[in-house]
Design a protein around this ligand. Structure first.
Ligand code: UD1
Ligand code: CA
Length: 457
């Protein structure tokens, strides 16, 4: 097979999004629209991927990185002109070029590979789908023998053409040299005054080369995103795809319609996911876990057999095997719950390690703390980690017992096996195996209440 390159068109102004952000940078299922297209392009085994971008493309570059080439289109004069820019970035050795709209995040690598495999002797191939509602798409006009006559954009359609259901999906494969010649012949003689890439197919056909239509039956895969409503629909397609893939991989999902899974999420087999769970990009969940309703997990790694009870939020955190969290636990960046540890109701953790088998069961804030194994953190324990200027660490040794409602004023250390009396405000280190108590002594005045009310007997 000749050398293949992919050119992704991402320089349009996307005005229908009504956004300050470039259209292709809007997120769908955890990453920018165009990042999904780049993934598909990489999966097509292309020698080179070129992104055609607007002059101010730093944010696109920051999102996509350096292993694609960038070619600026200035000004955006239509998809035909964008394709021309893309070709500029290709070497002489490139024989075939796939051109893909950058605003279709659901496109899959297999489809691009299938187009390459089905090309035969055609110099131009493009993907079409039948849509019940073709609104917004270029209509495919065929000759009586079924071959392509032309593609007509909606704004250029007459009434009859507007009724056509077969549309151009915005995914093309060309012989690079034939395309270059065809693009040179385009004119902006249309309703939008642009150079249309779609016209290149008609030109190629008129020049006597063969143009093939690659009919695809998955309309969702090739939906373009021009508006926020279309963005929501495309994201729904990706969500469904991701949820279905998890189920195929052995994950039980109760009521899949309510579960949101970004792309770039992994879940091990025999994990059960309850309704309303959100797994954002970078969530890595082990096998045999249970995620109860309304849990949200982002950029975090959970081991095997972890139980996360209802309403918990986990971001940039790590949870080891057989730990349990929630309900209503919050793990913030840098939280690490070690094997078999338990984080209970309304507990918040940040930059804190809770050692193996340790427990923080109720109503607690653990920030900037290192807690050993087998420790028991009583209800209402607070690490006072912030003095108004700086953050300080709290250290709690193995098997320490922190009584309920303790304030640990950092920096402070509670030694291994030490005890803290309930209700203490601890400002000084407590050595190993010692007891620290810091609270007002209780006084009892017997009969006091009766004396106060005067009904002594
Ligand atoms: C385009 C097709 C239409 C097809 C539809 C599929 C043309 C003329 N029309 O229409 O037949 O049914 O896609 O979704 O191609 N872009 C540039 N530079 C430009 C203009 C656009 O890079 O000057 C990029 C856009 O960023 C976008 C892509 O090309 O990613 C498609 O452009 P868009 O304006 O969305 O075309 P559609 O009107 O959707
Ligand atoms: Ca579009």
């Amino acid at each position: 097979m000749p050398t293949v390159a992919v050119v992704i068109l991402a320089a349009g102004d996307g005005s229908r999004m009504k956004s300050a952000l470039s259209k292709v940078l809007h997120f769908a299922a955890g990453k920018p629209i165009v990042a999904h297209v780049v993934d598909a392009a990489r999966g097509a085994d292309a020698a080179k991927v070129v992104l055609v971008v607007p002059p101010a493309y730093e944010s696109i570059r920051a999102a996509i990185g350096e292993d694609v080439a960038y070619e600026v289109q200035d000004p955006p004069r239509g998809t035909g002109d964008a394709a021309r820019c893309g070709l500029r970035a290709l070497g002489e050795d490139v024989g075939l070029v796939l051109i893909v709209n950058g605003d279709g995040p659901c496109i899959q690598a297999e489809t691009l590979r299938a187009m390459l495999a089905a090309r035969g002797d055609a110099d131009g191939v493009f993907l079409t789908v039948q849509r019940d509602d073709p609104t917004g798409y270029g209509r495919v006009v065929r000759d009586s023998d079924g071959s392509l006559q032309k593609i007509v954009e909606e704004s250029d359609c007459d009434d009859e053409q507007r009724q056509l259901r077969e549309v151009n999906a915005g995914v093309y494969l060309f012989d690079a040299k034939v395309l270059a010649t065809a693009l040179a012949a385009l004119s902006p003689d249309n309703a939008q005054g642009e150079l249309y890439l779609t016209d290149a197919l008609e030109v190629i056909r008129q020049q006597g080369s063969r143009v093939a239509l690659y009919q695809h039956d998955d309309i969702d895969e090739v939906q373009g995103v021009n508006t926020r409503a279309e963005l929501a629909r495309a994201e729904e397609t990706l969500r469904q795809r991701n949820v279905t893939a998890l189920m195929s991989a052995g994950v039980t999902i109760r009521n899949p319609d309510t579960v949101f899974v970004d792309t770039d999420v992994s879940v091990g087999p025999d994990t059960t996911i309850y309704p309303g769970v959100t797994l954002e990009a970078g969530a890595e969940i082990g096998g045999g876990c249970t995620l109860y309703p309304n849990v949200r997990i982002a950029r975090s790694k959970l081991g095997d057999g972890v139980v996360v009870l209802d309403g918990s939020v986990i971001e940039d955190a790590m949870v080891d095997d057989n730990a349990s969290l929630g309900p209503y636990a919050r793990l913030r960046p840098g939280a690490h719950v070690c094997v078999g540890a338990k984080v209970g109701n309304f507990v918040e953790m940040k930059k804190t390690t809770l050692g193996p088998g340790s427990k923080a069961g109720h109503l607690t804030y653990l920030g900037d703390a290192d807690i050993g194994a087998g420790a028991n953190i009583g209800a209402g324990t607070i690490t006072c980690n912030y003095d108004g200027k700086n953050k300080h660490r709290t250290e709690i040794g193995d098997d320490a017992f922190i009584g309920s409602n303790t304030a640990l004023v950092a920096p402070v250390r509670v030694g291994s096996g030490a005890y803290i009396g309930a209700g203490s405000t601890i400002t000084k280190d407590v050595p190993d195996k010692s007891l620290g108590v810091a609270r007002g002594r209780q006084i009892v005045k017997e009969g006091w209440a009766a004396r106060k009310t005067g009904d002594e007997d």
